[in-house]
Write a protein that binds this ligand. Sequence first.
Ligand SMILES: CC(C)(COP(=O)(O)OP(=O)(O)OC[C@H]1O[C@@H](n2cnc3c(N)ncnc32)[C@H](O)[C@@H]1OP(=O)(O)O)[C@@H](O)C(=O)NCCC(=O)NCCS
Length: 229
Amino acid sequence: MEMPVLECAVHWARPADDPRMRDLLDDGERARYARFMRAEDKARFVTGRFLARTVLAEATGRAPRDLRFTTGCPLCGDSHGKPRLPGSGLDFSLSHSGDRVLLVLVEGAEVGADVEQEGDRDIDRLSRMVLTPAESEALKAMTDRKRGFHAYWSRKEALLKATGHGLAAPMTAIHVTAPDEPPEVIAWEGEAAVSPVRLADLDAGPGYAASAAVLTDRPLRLAEVPFRC
Ligand SMILES: CC(C)(COP(=O)(O)OP(=O)(O)OC[C@H]1O[C@@H](n2cnc3c(N)ncnc32)[C@H](O)[C@@H]1OP(=O)(O)O)[C@@H](O)C(=O)NCCC(=O)NCCS
């Protein structure tokens, strides 16, 4: 029997530090907002939380201001973990980089999302922390190594954001297909490893890599939703 597809709602926004967006933040979010030093970090944070509040309000029929996200870290209990909306049956993942803010929403499965601006990073140094030896070899042969490296990175970070480990778990334990192949996990070892998982590459435009990962065996269907603000 064919497996039913799982819908992933993909929302994109541009960072903007708008007072109407700030107005929806709760006390904890306001305190975090105040701690960011750089204007661009403030804008990315506000836009992400505004996007989460408006999208989840629409999905649950509740008021954006009434939503209470939990952010408990499974490793230490502090409040810097994956934001969740308990009791909703929904899971979401936020990511921001450069001029992009991304939210992916899924019902009934854990989701992770990541967008990365292709910056001028030291790819050789970072590869040792991100890629398996086989992936490093594959990257060496690529004509656009910057694009290839960020594609690998965004797929792996999306996976680790789906489980909630984030960068507390090693990316080198995950082996994924090459960037120009359909995104799949080839092997994953270690404590954070889960199966089954599905991966999808997202289109964030030139100069960006973006991916979503869902802890499911169902095929994914991406639905891009235009941002209304
Ligand atoms: C999650 C993490 C990978 C995000 O890294 P990043 O590339 O800087 O940022 P992104 O823009 O892609 O994602 C940030 C968003 O991910 C979400 N997030 C935070 N922690 C998360 C986690 N553990 N899992 C999934 N999502 C997480 C938040 O929504 C956050 O944005 P917000 O705070 O503005 O709402 C990184 O913060 C991390 O590794 N955190 C966990 C580290 C950790 O657990 N250390 C051990 C503690 S005991």
